[in-house]
Every structure is written in structure tokens, then in C-alpha cells.
Design a protein around this ligand. Structure first.
Ligand code: ATP
Ligand code: MG
Ligand code: MG
Ligand code: MG
Length: 559
């Protein structure tokens, strides 16, 4: 492909609005352009990489017997009412209506749609097991879309669903998926770890998340050096968890900060420490006690304090009294200067069972897969493990690291088949609810995660498995006919066996080199003055020095 025909609007300046390295690099290298908050156009380089990621994912899904489908994005409200999620999903569900005022959800996930589809076709165990998958755009009205493609409101997901007559069959597919995910993330060259995740109401170790290790990650992984133990902090337990909710409650009361007693004081405090962004508090308001998440948002050096209650931003009187600081989440717990971003989801979930008036009907769980993720049984569930405490398997003290959730495998059991009435006849002719599993990979998030782990101060360097092109051929000077002819020739020859990007643009050499390093193809060939002697310069993206190679030996040199 000739670069003059591409669309790669690289930036000279580093975009300041970007909040993460991958976000910055992807803007700078002309890969993405924001249309609205959390909504991006994927430009040609991005599209090529996404295609490669999808090819790998498809191949591994088909390897374990997954069949690809493409399901609708528009989901009739009635379907989501069957599962109970039209209400339960809350504000994250994007909703639209048609000209007849019929309501639809823009699919954030497809359990309802796939269950309805399969339910109408499968009547007997003989057709099971079955695994279907798709790669598609998903919509979630995230409260805090951020970090470019890492948390978008419109993003690409691979989602797979499996159907089974018994546990053994579900177990088998779950293992196959787990292994397929491990192969996928290995092929994508991600530094990842599979961790036990919170299964919530379904309970047990029925779900694993795949985490790409990165400081920017929004998840905290608990692990030890002594064993293979690894769990999301949402799931991790210490070997002697708090016994009763009343004990946990007492502990909670104790850590109220003595010198911050009103909302006004808290706001002032947040302004003094820009690393501290969130606190969870029990606040006395006019209509009673409320557990509230207070967040200081840094916007243009101005700290705005917002309070959330049941996922709504609420107005609070400045003199509203803070009665306790909650020991309920990694960000708000412990030292006041903790800069760990907080799990708003869990705090809001915690409210549900927290005996301070948050048990009202109509509460929303936010930013979690409602029903599917968890159902809290008491505040003690929300006492997160601390660093240094002995983990559940007794192997050693907990260590923390950060991860980006790139995928999750999940045993759903009969959750959807029961609520949506999907039964098949078993071997004895008895009707049985089908067992299900679901398995997601954030394709566009994976792309960002790869960039997070593959860059230097000059730009990106792509893993070979997903690189948009293999070789970057660059003419150092488009005015020189020998150089142009030689470059044309090299481009033609190499294109037979490689994906080649040919920078034929009429730009200064310096601009081309800088762009080339930003875009980060594995090999760069510069056709310059040496062309008249049949010599070009070849450099690997991460090499310090380039090599002079005779054009006649180029193909064998690259082999
Ligand atoms: P998170 O905890 O980050 O909000 P999730 O648990 O809600 O993610 P799942 O429902 O498990 O997400 O969806 C499957 C995969 O889709 C996730 O593992 C993640 O890789 C990806 N994903 C989820 N939300 C987003 C998003 N807003 N933007 C990009 N990718 C996402
Ligand atoms: Mg989510
Ligand atoms: Mg999650
Ligand atoms: Mg998940």
C-alpha cells in the first residue's frame, strides 16, 4: 500500500487531553479520532490491526468448535424484560425507540438475544453442546469512558455463548475456552494473567478474568510469590475473613476521619491532594443517612467534587455531615492518600446491603453486569483484602498489581434459560433448563492493551502477529529519480511476499522517519543516496543501528 493513498493523520504535538499512554500514542500516530466521549473512529492502521486481532480470535474460536454468527444490535425491550435486565441494567443500557414508540436496547451484551434465538430452534439434548460466537460493536453508556479504546461507550467485543445439557459438558467447554483465551493472548503478545473473578450470585470459582498487566489497568490483582494464586481483589479473600457484618460495620465506623466532618471540608481537602480522587462516606442529608461516593474530578486543574448515590450524581448541602468513612473498597479504604482508583461499581453495590437506607427499590447497580456479576450478602463481603494479609490458599502474603480486563469466561448455569424459559428434553425425555456459559474478549480494548505494552519514547512497535504491515519502505528524497525508481522496484518485489507500506509521500525525510517510528512497523527500509550503488538501509524497529544491505540480497536478508 502506498502511504500517499493511506489516511494516517499523525500529530507533531503530544495530545494533552489523553489520559493514558496508549490513548496518547494512538492519537499521535493517527490511529483513532474521537467523535464524542468514548466514541471513536478507527482509522486505517487501527482497522488493519483490529482485522489481525479478529483473525486470531476467530481461528481459536473455530478451533474449539465455535460457529460464528452476527446478531442484531437492536434488542426489543420485551426480550430484556423477560430476563429482568431492562430495569436491572440501569443507565449503562443505551435505549432508543422506533417511529411507533417501540423501545429497543443497543446491545451491551447478547445473552437475551442468543437465548431467544436458540430456544426457538433447539428442543432436544441431541443438538447440544453448541457454541456460537460473534464479533460486533457493543454499546455501554459507561459513567466514565476513558483511556481511549480501553473504556469506550461504543466498542468491539467478541462474545461467545455455549449451551449444555449437563455440568460436565459446560465444564469441558469452559476449559476449552480458558485454554483458547490463553492461546489468543499469548499470540497477541500480551503480558497477561488469568485470575479468579467474582461470580456473585452464581458464586464459586465459576469465572475467570484475563488481565493484561499494566499500571493503567483499572483492576487490582491479588497474587502471592509463594503459589499460583491470582484473583481479582473483588474476589480475593484472606485466610481469615471478617466473621460477621456487625464486626465489619464497627471497623467501618472507627475510621471516620476526625478533621473532615462536612461535605465542604471534604471538598477543600480533595483540592489539597490531587492524587486523591475518591472517598466513600456515610453522609447525613436532609432525608436521612446515605452512603455516598464522593469523587474529585480533575478537570483543567480544577477539582470538582461530585457525590454519587445509587449511581446518580446528587446535590448535597455543603454543611451535610459526614458520619463515617467506609472501609469498603480499595480506593477509599485505608490511607487517605491512596491513589488507587476506586471501584464505584462495588461501592454502589455495597450500598444495597448497607443498613443506612440504601435498600430502597429502584436502586441501580452501575457498570457491572447486573445479575450476572454479584449479589452482595452483607457489608462483610466488601471488606477487601489488604496487601500483606495471608491469601485464602494460605500460601503467603497478598501482593497487588494492576491489570486491564481483556477477557472473561463465565459459567452462567441456568440463569437465562430459567428466566427465559429455555428447556430441552434430556435422555429420559424430561424437560430440563439448558446450562449456559458466556465468554467475552474486548477486541478494541485488546488493541489498546497491546499498545500499552509495546512502545518506546518514539512510538509503537507492533508484535509481528498483529502488525498492520510487515515492512515500511521509505524514499528519502522523492525528487531524485534513481531513488524513486529503486524504491518503486523494491516495493513491487517485496509486496509479493510481505505486507508493505510504501512511504512515497513528498515529505521531508525527517518527517517520514518520525512517522515511521510512531507507526512502528517491524522493519524499515530507507532508500536514499546509496541507491545509485545498489545499497539501502534496513533497520528493525527496536534496533539501534541500521544495516546497509545490497538490493540484490534484500529478499534473503529479510527472510
Ligand atoms: P469492565 O469491568 O472493564 O467494565 P466488564 O466486566 O463490564 O468490563 P464484560 O461484560 O465482561 O466487561 O465484557 C467482556 C469484555 O469486553 C471485557 O472483558 C472487556 O475486555 C471488554 N469491555 C467491557 N467494557 C468495555 C468498554 N467499555 N470498552 C472496551 N471494552 C470493554
Ligand atoms: Mg463494565
Ligand atoms: Mg469487569
Ligand atoms: Mg467482565
Amino acid at each position: 500500500m502506498r502511504q500517499s493513498q493511506m489516511f494516517i493523520p499523525t500529530l507533531r504535538e503530544t495530545p494533552t487531553e489523553a489520559e493514558s499512554l496508549s490513548h496518547r500514542l494512538m492519537l499521535k500516530s493517527g490511529m483513532i479520532k474521537q467523535l464524542a466521549r468514548g466514541i471513536y473512529a478507527y482509522l486505517p492502521i487501527t482497522q488493519l490491526v483490529l482485522n489481525n486481532i479478529q483473525d486470531i480470535v476467530r481461528e481459536e474460536m473455530m478451533n474449539i468448535g465455535g460457529a460464528e454468527v452476527h446478531l442484531p444490535v437492536l434488542h426489543p425491550r420485551e426480550l430484556w424484560e423477560e430476563s429482568g435486565r431492562w430495569d436491572a441494567y440501569g443507565k449503562e443500557l443505551m435505549r432508543v425507540s422506533d417511529r411507533h414508540d417501540r423501545e429497543f436496547a443497543l446491545g451491551p451484551t447478547h445473552e437475551e438475544v442468543i437465548t431467544a434465538l436458540v430456544r426457538d430452534e433447539l428442543k432436544s439434548y441431541k443438538k447440544l453442546p453448541l457454541t456460537l460466537f460473534q464479533i460486533q460493536t457493543k454499546f455501554r453508556d459507561e459513567l466514565r469512558p476513558r483511556f481511549g479504546l480501553l473504556r469506550g461507550r461504543e466498542f468491539i467485543m467478541k462474545d461467545a455463548y455455549s449451551f449444555h445439557i449437563d455440568e460436565e459438558s459446560l465444564d469441558q467447554t469452559y476449559r476449552d475456552m480458558y485454554d483458547a483465551y490463553s492461546r489468543i493472548f499469548t499470540r497477541l503478545d500480551l503480558n497477561f494473567r488469568a485470575v479468579e473473578a467474582d461470580g456473585g450470585s452464581i458464586g464459586g470459582s465459576h469465572t475467570h478474568e484475563f488481565m493484561a498487566l499494566a499500571d493503567i489497568g483499572e483492576d487490582t490483582i491479588v497474587y502471592t510469590d509463594e503459589s499460583s494464586y491470582a484473583a481479582n481483589i473483588e474476589k480475593a479473600e484472606c485466610s481469615a475473613p471478617a466473621e460477621s457484618s456487625s464486626e465489619a460495620m464497627l471497623e467501618t465506623e472507627k475510621i471516620a476521619t476526625p478533621d473532615i466532618q462536612t461535605v465542604k471540608e471534604l471538598a477543600d481537602f480533595l483540592k489539597t491532594d490531587l492524587t486523591l480522587t475518591t472517598k466513600t462516606m456515610v453522609v447525613k442529608t436532609d432525608d436521612g443517612l446515605k452512603m455516598i461516593v464522593i469523587r474529585g474530578d480533575q478537570e483543567l486543574n480544577d477539582v470538582k467534587v461530585k457525590a454519587y448515590f445509587n449511581s446518580e450524581i446528587i446535590e448535597m448541602a455543603e454543611d451535610a455531615e459526614i458520619t463515617a468513612e467506609l472501609n469498603a473498597s480499595p480506593g477509599s479504604l485505608g490511607p487517605v492518600n491512596s491513589s488507587i482508583p476506586v471501584y464505584l461499581d462495588y461501592q454502589v453495590a455495597a450500598m444495597r446491603n448497607y443498613p443506612v437506607g440504601a435498600n430502597e427499590t429502584g436502586y441501580h447497580l452501575l457498570n457491572v453486569n447486573h445479575d450476572r456479576d454479584f449479589e452482595a450478602s452483607g457489608i462483610s463481603d466488601f471488606r477487601f483484602i489488604n496487601e500483606g494479609e495471608i491469601v485464602a490458599d494460605g500460601s503467603g502474603p497478598a501482593k497487588f498489581m494492576r491489570g486491564i480486563e481483556v477477557g472473561q469466561v463465565f459459567k452462567l448455569g441456568t440463569k437465562y434459560s430459567e428466566s427465559m424459559n429455555f428447556n430441552v428434553l434430556d435422555q429420559n425425555g424430561r424437560a430440563k433448563p439448558v446450562l449456559m456459559g458466556c465468554y467475552g474478549i474486548g477486541i478494541s480494548r485488546v488493541l489498546s492493551a497491546i499498545v500499552e505494552g509495546h512502545h518506546d519514547d518514539k512510538g509503537i512497535y507492533w508484535p509481528k502477529s498483529v502488525t498492520p504491515f510487515d515492512i515500511h519502505v521509505i524514499t528519502a528524497n522523492t525528487k531524485d529519480e534513481t531513488i524513486t525508481n529503486t524504491a518503486d522496484e523494491i516495493y513491487d518485489i517485496l509486496s509479493k511476499n510481505h505486507k508493505v507500506l510504501y512511504d512515497d509521500r513528498n515529505e521531508r525525510a525527517g518527517v517520514k522517519f518520525a512517522d515511521s517510528e510512531l507507526i512502528g512497523l517491524p522493519v524499515r527500509i530507507v532508500v536514499g543516496r546509496g541507491a545509485k550503488d545498489g545499497i539501502v538501509e534496513v533497520k528493525g524497529r527496536q534496533d539501534e543501528e541500521s544495516a546497509e544491505v545490497n538490493i540484490t540480497e534484500l529478499t534473503s536478508y529479510l527472510a
